[in-house]
Design a protein around this ligand. Structure first.
Ligand code: PMV
Length: 335
Protein backbone atom coordinates (compact mmCIF):
# COMPACT_ATOMS: atom_id res chain seq x y z
CA UNK A 1 0.00 0.00 0.00
CA UNK A 2 1.25 3.47 -0.93
CA UNK A 3 1.22 6.05 1.84
CA UNK A 4 -0.89 9.03 0.71
CA UNK A 5 -1.49 12.38 2.41
CA UNK A 6 -3.96 14.78 0.82
CA UNK A 7 -5.53 18.21 1.47
CA UNK A 8 -7.38 20.89 -0.48
CA UNK A 9 -7.08 24.63 0.24
CA UNK A 10 -8.65 27.73 -1.22
CA UNK A 11 -7.01 31.17 -0.99
CA UNK A 12 -7.92 34.66 -2.22
CA UNK A 13 -5.86 37.11 -4.25
CA UNK A 14 -5.41 40.43 -2.45
CA UNK A 15 -5.17 44.07 -3.48
CA UNK A 16 -2.57 46.18 -1.71
CA UNK A 17 -3.55 49.64 -0.42
CA UNK A 18 0.05 50.14 0.73
CA UNK A 19 2.29 48.22 -1.67
CA UNK A 20 5.23 45.91 -1.26
CA UNK A 21 7.80 47.10 -3.79
CA UNK A 22 11.49 46.25 -3.42
CA UNK A 23 13.13 43.52 -1.35
CA UNK A 24 15.59 43.97 1.48
CA UNK A 25 16.38 40.26 1.27
CA UNK A 26 15.77 38.60 -2.09
CA UNK A 27 16.10 35.03 -0.80
CA UNK A 28 13.65 35.50 2.08
CA UNK A 29 11.36 38.00 0.30
CA UNK A 30 11.75 40.48 3.15
CA UNK A 31 10.22 43.84 2.20
CA UNK A 32 11.55 47.34 2.93
CA UNK A 33 8.17 48.43 4.27
CA UNK A 34 5.00 47.29 6.00
CA UNK A 35 2.02 46.90 3.65
CA UNK A 36 -1.77 46.74 3.91
CA UNK A 37 -4.24 44.84 1.73
CA UNK A 38 -7.77 43.55 1.29
CA UNK A 39 -8.54 39.96 0.30
CA UNK A 40 -10.62 39.54 -2.88
CA UNK A 41 -13.53 37.13 -2.46
CA UNK A 42 -14.03 36.56 -6.18
CA UNK A 43 -10.44 35.85 -7.24
CA UNK A 44 -9.67 32.49 -5.69
CA UNK A 45 -7.17 29.71 -6.21
CA UNK A 46 -8.09 26.17 -5.17
CA UNK A 47 -5.21 23.76 -4.77
CA UNK A 48 -5.21 20.02 -4.12
CA UNK A 49 -2.01 18.48 -2.85
CA UNK A 50 -1.41 14.76 -2.58
CA UNK A 51 1.89 13.45 -1.24
CA UNK A 52 2.41 9.80 -2.11
CA UNK A 53 5.09 7.17 -2.59
CA UNK A 54 3.63 6.57 -6.05
CA UNK A 55 5.03 9.91 -7.35
CA UNK A 56 8.65 9.84 -8.40
CA UNK A 57 8.71 13.61 -9.02
CA UNK A 58 6.47 16.53 -8.09
CA UNK A 59 3.70 16.70 -10.72
CA UNK A 60 2.17 20.15 -11.10
CA UNK A 61 -1.05 20.92 -12.98
CA UNK A 62 -2.56 24.35 -13.53
CA UNK A 63 -6.18 24.56 -14.70
CA UNK A 64 -5.95 20.84 -15.72
CA UNK A 65 -2.79 21.21 -17.84
CA UNK A 66 0.68 20.06 -16.76
CA UNK A 67 2.54 23.23 -15.79
CA UNK A 68 5.60 22.50 -17.93
CA UNK A 69 3.34 22.44 -21.04
CA UNK A 70 1.98 25.93 -20.40
CA UNK A 71 4.08 28.51 -22.14
CA UNK A 72 1.99 31.65 -21.73
CA UNK A 73 0.94 32.07 -18.15
CA UNK A 74 0.35 35.70 -17.17
CA UNK A 75 2.00 36.79 -13.91
CA UNK A 76 4.16 33.71 -13.68
CA UNK A 77 7.89 34.14 -13.78
CA UNK A 78 9.46 33.41 -17.16
CA UNK A 79 9.17 29.63 -17.26
CA UNK A 80 10.64 29.32 -13.76
CA UNK A 81 7.32 28.71 -12.03
CA UNK A 82 7.77 24.93 -11.78
CA UNK A 83 11.18 25.35 -10.14
CA UNK A 84 9.74 27.92 -7.75
CA UNK A 85 6.88 25.63 -6.66
CA UNK A 86 9.18 22.61 -6.17
CA UNK A 87 11.55 24.77 -4.11
CA UNK A 88 8.59 25.81 -1.97
CA UNK A 89 7.55 22.21 -1.49
CA UNK A 90 11.10 21.32 -0.47
CA UNK A 91 10.72 23.82 2.39
CA UNK A 92 7.48 22.14 3.50
CA UNK A 93 9.05 18.66 3.21
CA UNK A 94 11.98 19.88 5.31
CA UNK A 95 9.66 21.07 8.12
CA UNK A 96 7.75 17.74 8.02
CA UNK A 97 11.00 15.77 7.73
CA UNK A 98 9.68 13.64 4.87
CA UNK A 99 10.83 13.08 1.35
CA UNK A 100 7.59 12.19 -0.45
CA UNK A 101 6.85 13.81 -3.82
CA UNK A 102 3.46 15.35 -4.51
CA UNK A 103 0.82 15.81 -7.16
CA UNK A 104 -0.35 19.43 -7.09
CA UNK A 105 -3.47 20.57 -8.93
CA UNK A 106 -4.16 24.29 -8.90
CA UNK A 107 -7.17 26.05 -10.35
CA UNK A 108 -8.10 29.74 -10.50
CA UNK A 109 -11.76 30.77 -10.59
CA UNK A 110 -10.72 33.97 -12.37
CA UNK A 111 -9.48 33.87 -15.94
CA UNK A 112 -5.71 33.50 -15.89
CA UNK A 113 -5.62 35.95 -18.76
CA UNK A 114 -7.19 38.72 -16.67
CA UNK A 115 -3.86 40.00 -15.43
CA UNK A 116 -4.74 39.65 -11.75
CA UNK A 117 -1.78 38.67 -9.62
CA UNK A 118 -2.26 34.96 -9.12
CA UNK A 119 1.00 34.41 -7.25
CA UNK A 120 -0.53 35.62 -3.94
CA UNK A 121 -3.56 33.31 -4.05
CA UNK A 122 -1.46 30.60 -5.71
CA UNK A 123 1.28 30.40 -3.08
CA UNK A 124 -1.15 30.91 -0.18
CA UNK A 125 -3.30 27.95 -1.31
CA UNK A 126 -0.22 25.85 -2.10
CA UNK A 127 1.32 26.49 1.32
CA UNK A 128 -1.84 25.74 3.28
CA UNK A 129 -2.70 22.60 1.30
CA UNK A 130 0.90 21.37 1.59
CA UNK A 131 1.19 21.74 5.34
CA UNK A 132 -2.32 20.41 6.06
CA UNK A 133 -1.74 17.36 3.86
CA UNK A 134 1.27 16.53 6.02
CA UNK A 135 -0.62 17.21 9.25
CA UNK A 136 1.74 20.03 10.29
CA UNK A 137 0.34 22.10 13.10
CA UNK A 138 1.55 25.65 12.37
CA UNK A 139 0.08 28.92 13.66
CA UNK A 140 -1.45 31.44 11.23
CA UNK A 141 1.65 33.60 11.71
CA UNK A 142 3.96 30.70 10.80
CA UNK A 143 1.85 29.79 7.74
CA UNK A 144 1.93 33.43 6.63
CA UNK A 145 5.75 33.59 6.91
CA UNK A 146 6.06 30.33 5.02
CA UNK A 147 3.75 31.53 2.21
CA UNK A 148 5.90 34.70 1.97
CA UNK A 149 8.89 32.60 0.92
CA UNK A 150 6.92 31.47 -2.16
CA UNK A 151 5.75 34.95 -3.12
CA UNK A 152 5.92 37.99 -0.84
CA UNK A 153 2.33 39.13 -1.19
CA UNK A 154 1.05 35.56 -0.56
CA UNK A 155 1.61 36.09 3.19
CA UNK A 156 -1.27 38.62 3.11
CA UNK A 157 -3.68 36.04 1.61
CA UNK A 158 -3.51 33.83 4.72
CA UNK A 159 -5.34 35.99 7.35
CA UNK A 160 -8.94 37.21 6.96
CA UNK A 161 -10.28 40.41 5.47
CA UNK A 162 -8.15 43.55 5.81
CA UNK A 163 -4.57 42.57 6.43
CA UNK A 164 -1.31 44.11 7.68
CA UNK A 165 2.05 42.67 6.67
CA UNK A 166 4.67 43.51 9.31
CA UNK A 167 7.92 43.85 7.37
CA UNK A 168 9.82 42.26 10.27
CA UNK A 169 13.55 41.73 10.65
CA UNK A 170 13.88 38.06 9.76
CA UNK A 171 11.91 35.08 8.46
CA UNK A 172 9.84 34.59 11.63
CA UNK A 173 8.94 38.24 12.23
CA UNK A 174 7.95 39.08 8.63
CA UNK A 175 4.34 37.92 8.49
CA UNK A 176 0.80 39.19 8.09
CA UNK A 177 -2.15 39.45 10.47
CA UNK A 178 -5.75 40.53 10.14
CA UNK A 179 -6.63 44.14 11.04
CA UNK A 180 -10.36 43.65 10.49
CA UNK A 181 -12.52 40.73 9.33
CA UNK A 182 -14.00 40.65 5.83
CA UNK A 183 -17.43 41.93 6.95
CA UNK A 184 -15.92 45.00 8.65
CA UNK A 185 -16.61 47.41 5.77
CA UNK A 186 -18.84 46.90 2.71
CA UNK A 187 -16.22 47.85 0.14
CA UNK A 188 -15.97 46.71 -3.47
CA UNK A 189 -12.91 46.25 -5.66
CA UNK A 190 -13.89 46.30 -9.33
CA UNK A 191 -10.99 45.07 -11.44
CA UNK A 192 -11.08 46.87 -14.79
CA UNK A 193 -9.14 44.69 -17.21
CA UNK A 194 -7.52 46.81 -19.93
CA UNK A 195 -4.94 44.27 -21.07
CA UNK A 196 -4.79 40.48 -21.14
CA UNK A 197 -1.18 40.32 -22.30
CA UNK A 198 1.51 38.72 -20.18
CA UNK A 199 3.48 41.60 -18.65
CA UNK A 200 6.99 42.03 -20.00
CA UNK A 201 8.62 42.54 -16.61
CA UNK A 202 7.49 40.27 -13.78
CA UNK A 203 6.98 41.71 -10.31
CA UNK A 204 10.01 39.69 -9.22
CA UNK A 205 12.21 41.64 -11.66
CA UNK A 206 10.39 44.87 -10.74
CA UNK A 207 11.25 44.37 -7.05
CA UNK A 208 14.91 43.96 -7.91
CA UNK A 209 15.01 47.09 -10.07
CA UNK A 210 13.11 49.28 -7.60
CA UNK A 211 16.22 50.25 -5.65
CA UNK A 212 17.77 51.76 -8.79
CA UNK A 213 15.14 54.52 -8.85
CA UNK A 214 16.19 57.89 -7.36
CA UNK A 215 12.68 58.07 -5.87
CA UNK A 216 12.85 54.75 -4.03
CA UNK A 217 13.99 56.28 -0.70
CA UNK A 218 11.59 59.21 -1.11
CA UNK A 219 8.61 56.85 -1.18
CA UNK A 220 9.85 54.98 1.88
CA UNK A 221 10.00 58.32 3.72
CA UNK A 222 6.33 58.96 2.85
CA UNK A 223 5.12 55.58 4.05
CA UNK A 224 4.85 55.91 7.84
CA UNK A 225 2.29 58.72 7.56
CA UNK A 226 0.53 57.02 4.65
CA UNK A 227 0.18 53.85 6.74
CA UNK A 228 -1.28 55.83 9.64
CA UNK A 229 -3.83 57.34 7.20
CA UNK A 230 -4.89 53.96 5.77
CA UNK A 231 -5.24 52.43 9.23
CA UNK A 232 -7.34 55.39 10.35
CA UNK A 233 -9.48 55.27 7.18
CA UNK A 234 -10.17 51.57 7.80
CA UNK A 235 -10.96 52.20 11.44
CA UNK A 236 -13.46 54.99 10.80
CA UNK A 237 -14.56 53.63 7.38
CA UNK A 238 -13.80 56.85 5.53
CA UNK A 239 -13.64 56.19 1.78
CA UNK A 240 -12.29 59.62 0.78
CA UNK A 241 -9.41 59.27 3.22
CA UNK A 242 -8.68 55.72 2.05
CA UNK A 243 -9.12 56.52 -1.63
CA UNK A 244 -6.88 59.58 -1.81
CA UNK A 245 -4.10 57.71 -0.05
CA UNK A 246 -4.27 54.56 -2.20
CA UNK A 247 -4.15 56.63 -5.40
CA UNK A 248 -1.09 58.51 -4.17
CA UNK A 249 0.58 55.22 -3.21
CA UNK A 250 -0.18 53.48 -6.53
CA UNK A 251 1.15 56.41 -8.54
CA UNK A 252 4.36 56.38 -6.45
CA UNK A 253 4.92 52.69 -7.15
CA UNK A 254 4.69 53.35 -10.87
CA UNK A 255 6.92 56.43 -10.67
CA UNK A 256 9.55 54.16 -9.12
CA UNK A 257 9.03 51.52 -11.82
CA UNK A 258 9.23 54.13 -14.59
CA UNK A 259 12.39 55.68 -13.11
CA UNK A 260 14.15 52.35 -12.45
CA UNK A 261 17.17 51.50 -14.56
CA UNK A 262 16.11 50.13 -17.00
CA UNK A 263 12.71 51.82 -16.83
CA UNK A 264 9.65 49.60 -16.45
CA UNK A 265 6.34 50.74 -17.96
CA UNK A 266 3.32 48.78 -16.75
CA UNK A 267 0.58 51.19 -17.87
CA UNK A 268 -0.97 51.37 -21.32
CA UNK A 269 -3.01 54.20 -22.86
CA UNK A 270 -6.31 52.94 -21.44
CA UNK A 271 -4.81 52.84 -17.92
CA UNK A 272 -4.08 56.56 -18.03
CA UNK A 273 -7.38 57.53 -19.70
CA UNK A 274 -9.29 55.58 -17.07
CA UNK A 275 -7.31 57.08 -14.16
CA UNK A 276 -8.31 60.55 -15.42
CA UNK A 277 -11.92 59.50 -15.97
CA UNK A 278 -12.28 58.05 -12.47
CA UNK A 279 -11.32 61.45 -11.07
CA UNK A 280 -13.95 63.12 -13.33
CA UNK A 281 -16.64 60.66 -12.23
CA UNK A 282 -15.93 61.67 -8.64
CA UNK A 283 -16.92 65.24 -9.51
CA UNK A 284 -20.33 63.76 -10.48
CA UNK A 285 -20.64 61.93 -7.16
CA UNK A 286 -19.39 58.47 -8.20
CA UNK A 287 -16.91 57.85 -5.43
CA UNK A 288 -14.46 55.34 -6.90
CA UNK A 289 -10.69 55.47 -6.32
CA UNK A 290 -8.07 53.53 -8.25
CA UNK A 291 -5.05 51.51 -7.32
CA UNK A 292 -2.80 49.59 -9.71
CA UNK A 293 -0.39 46.72 -9.02
CA UNK A 294 2.52 45.79 -11.27
CA UNK A 295 0.43 45.74 -14.44
CA UNK A 296 -1.89 47.89 -16.50
CA UNK A 297 -5.24 46.85 -15.00
CA UNK A 298 -6.96 49.10 -12.50
CA UNK A 299 -8.66 48.16 -9.25
CA UNK A 300 -11.45 50.60 -8.48
CA UNK A 301 -12.30 50.76 -4.79
CA UNK A 302 -15.77 52.01 -3.91
CA UNK A 303 -18.56 51.33 -1.45
CA UNK A 304 -20.98 48.50 -2.29
CA UNK A 305 -23.90 50.90 -2.60
CA UNK A 306 -22.26 52.45 -5.70
CA UNK A 307 -20.70 49.35 -7.24
CA UNK A 308 -23.45 48.76 -9.84
CA UNK A 309 -23.38 52.30 -11.16
CA UNK A 310 -19.57 52.45 -11.28
CA UNK A 311 -19.32 49.00 -12.88
CA UNK A 312 -21.77 50.10 -15.60
CA UNK A 313 -19.57 53.11 -16.41
CA UNK A 314 -16.43 50.97 -16.42
CA UNK A 315 -17.85 48.32 -18.76
CA UNK A 316 -18.75 51.03 -21.26
CA UNK A 317 -15.40 52.82 -21.07
CA UNK A 318 -13.27 52.46 -24.25
CA UNK A 319 -10.40 50.05 -23.66
CA UNK A 320 -12.01 48.15 -20.77
CA UNK A 321 -12.22 44.50 -21.86
CA UNK A 322 -14.13 43.25 -18.82
CA UNK A 323 -14.60 43.84 -15.11
CA UNK A 324 -14.47 41.52 -12.10
CA UNK A 325 -16.38 42.50 -8.96
CA UNK A 326 -14.87 41.57 -5.58
CA UNK A 327 -15.87 42.14 -1.98
CA UNK A 328 -13.57 41.77 1.03
CA UNK A 329 -12.73 38.08 1.40
CA UNK A 330 -11.78 35.61 4.07
CA UNK A 331 -8.24 34.30 4.24
CA UNK A 332 -6.95 30.92 3.09
CA UNK A 333 -8.94 27.91 4.28
CA UNK A 334 -8.84 24.16 3.86
CA UNK A 335 -11.95 22.56 2.39
O1 PMV B 1 4.29 39.08 -4.27
P1 PMV B 1 4.85 39.63 -5.51
O2 PMV B 1 6.33 39.35 -5.63
O3 PMV B 1 4.09 39.21 -6.74
O4 PMV B 1 4.76 41.24 -5.43
C1 PMV B 1 3.56 41.95 -5.45
C2 PMV B 1 3.82 43.36 -5.80
C3 PMV B 1 2.59 44.26 -5.96
O5 PMV B 1 1.47 43.51 -6.34
C4 PMV B 1 2.88 45.27 -7.05
C5 PMV B 1 2.30 45.04 -4.69
C6 PMV B 1 1.69 44.29 -3.56
O6 PMV B 1 1.99 44.65 -2.42
O7 PMV B 1 0.88 43.38 -3.78
Amino acid sequence: MNRTFKAIAVAPANIAFIKYWGQKDEELNLPFNDSISMNLDNCLTTTTVEFSEKYKNDEIYFNTQPLDKIVQLPNFVNGKEEERIIKHFDRIRKIAKINLRAKIISQNNFPSSSGIASSASGFAALTLAGIKALGLNLSEKEISSLARLGSGSACRSIPDGFVFWYKGKDHESSCAASLYPADWWKLTDIVAVVSQEKKEISSLDGHQLAKTSPYFQKRLEQLPKRIVKIKKALKIKNLKFLGETIEEEAIDLHIIAMSSKPAVFYWNGATIELMKQIRKWREDGLMGYFTIDAGSNLHIICEQKQEKEINEKLINFPGVIKTIINHPGKGAKTI
